[in-house]
Design a protein around this ligand. Structure first.
Ligand code: DAH
Length: 339
């Protein structure tokens, strides 16, 4: 038995494992339940009394040696050690850094500003807390118009004339009051309406308003401008369609549709009509011009207004407007630009 012990001691004295697998093989061979060490302990039970002391001592030495060898092999092949070496490998690709992303509403707003910027439109902004004049009366809303109702507009408690703007058209009024024509501006901003929150509507959303006032501006200018916008935004082949509509502040008024990417075949996005409504527009009503101190005999102009969420829904084909307000990173991460 002593001989066997010595043989194993010699056998493992110079043992080295190159991989974790080899270290594991070592453990199985020597240290597992059915391994050589256990077999020797079994055999030890049969050793005669006078040899027990010496054999037991040697057996314990062997046990310690085997355990030490295994620990050493494991440490040498450990993944920790491996990544230490890797960390020093200068050819190894760097670890990626997590970058944030712009919110999809900002992406679309910036793109709209960019497109109109190329036509010479500059950007203006106005307050979110407004008064009746800028949101309604200067824009020709009659006193009994339903938009003035508590049902539709958030009024600020304790102030007879303070409300959250329901559209960015209020900024048109502020611009016309403060700068003389020619005016060529777009006005992005947040608007508020007292509406139930659902997949299609929200009580807070974003609009971009456009205004062009100069001499002899015609409906043809409006059409060309919006056509340019639609093609830049949705692609070269995009068609537009203007349908007669009504807004108190424009006359004539229209709603603009763009052709759906299904090419008129009909899909669920366009509800099988082939067209998608994206904005309201029209020639600024002469009453509005004079309400804002601009001579309607000399100047004319057009205005338009669109919902940013609506354009984002169409562009990104996201089905639920609420996703734009929840700030769920799983949604937002999809808008990280490719590097
Ligand atoms: N203010 C309108 C709305 O919120 C949108 C709009 C329609 C704006 C026609 C305009 C316009 O400037 O000419 O629904």
């Amino acid at each position: 038995m002593l001989e066997k012990i010595n043989r194993i001691k010699e056998e493992v004295a110079l043992f080295k494992a190159a991989t974790q697998e080899e270290a594991e093989e070592f453990r199985l061979k020597y240290l597992s339940r059915k391994g050589r060490l256990n077999a020797l302990f079994e055999e030890f039970k049969t050793v005669a009394g006078e040899q027990k002391r010496e054999t037991g001592q040697k057996l314990n030495e062997l046990k310690i040696q085997l355990l030490d060898t295994f620990e050493r092999c494991k440490a040498e092949t450990d993944s920790g050690r491996l990544s230490d070496t890797q960390a020093r490998d200068l050819t190894r690709p760097g670890d990626g850094m997590a970058v944030g992303s712009r919110h999809p509403i900002s992406i679309v707003r910036n793109e709209i500003c960019d497109i109109f910027g190329r036509l010479g439109f500059t950007v203006a902004e106005g307050p979110e807390i407004e008064d009746d004049r800028h949101v309604f009366s200067a824009l020709n809303f009659p006193p009994d118009h339903p938009a003035r109702d508590m049902q539709d507009t958030f009024f600020i408690a304790g102030d007879a004339d303070a409300l959250l703007r329901t559209h960015t058209s209020s900024v048109q009024v502020r611009v016309m009051e403060s700068v003389p024509p020619p005016i060529r501006m777009i006005m992005p901003g947040r608007v508020f309406r007292n509406e139930a929150i659902s997949s299609r509507s929200h009580c807070i959303f974003h609009q971009v308003e456009g205004l062009y006032i100069a001499e002899k501006v015609s409906f043809a200018d409006l059409k060309q401008t919006l056509m340019f916008f639609a093609r830049e935004m949705f692609g070269e082949k995009t068609q537009i369609r203007l349908r007669p509509s009504f807004f108190p502040f424009t006359e004539p008024s229209a709603e603009m549709d763009v052709s759906c990417t299904c090419n008129g075949k009909g899909c669920s996005l366009c509800k099988h009509t082939g067209w998608l409504e994206i904005m309201g527009c029209g020639m600024v009503d002469p009453n509005v011009l004079s309400n804002c101190g601009i001579d309607p005999e000399k100047y004319s102009g057009f205005a338009f207004g669109m919902g940013i969420e609506r354009i984002a829904l169409l562009k990104f084909e996201t089905g639920d407007i609420r996703m734009y307000f929840e700030n769920d990173v799983r949604f937002l991460r999809q808008f990280v630009p490719a590097l």
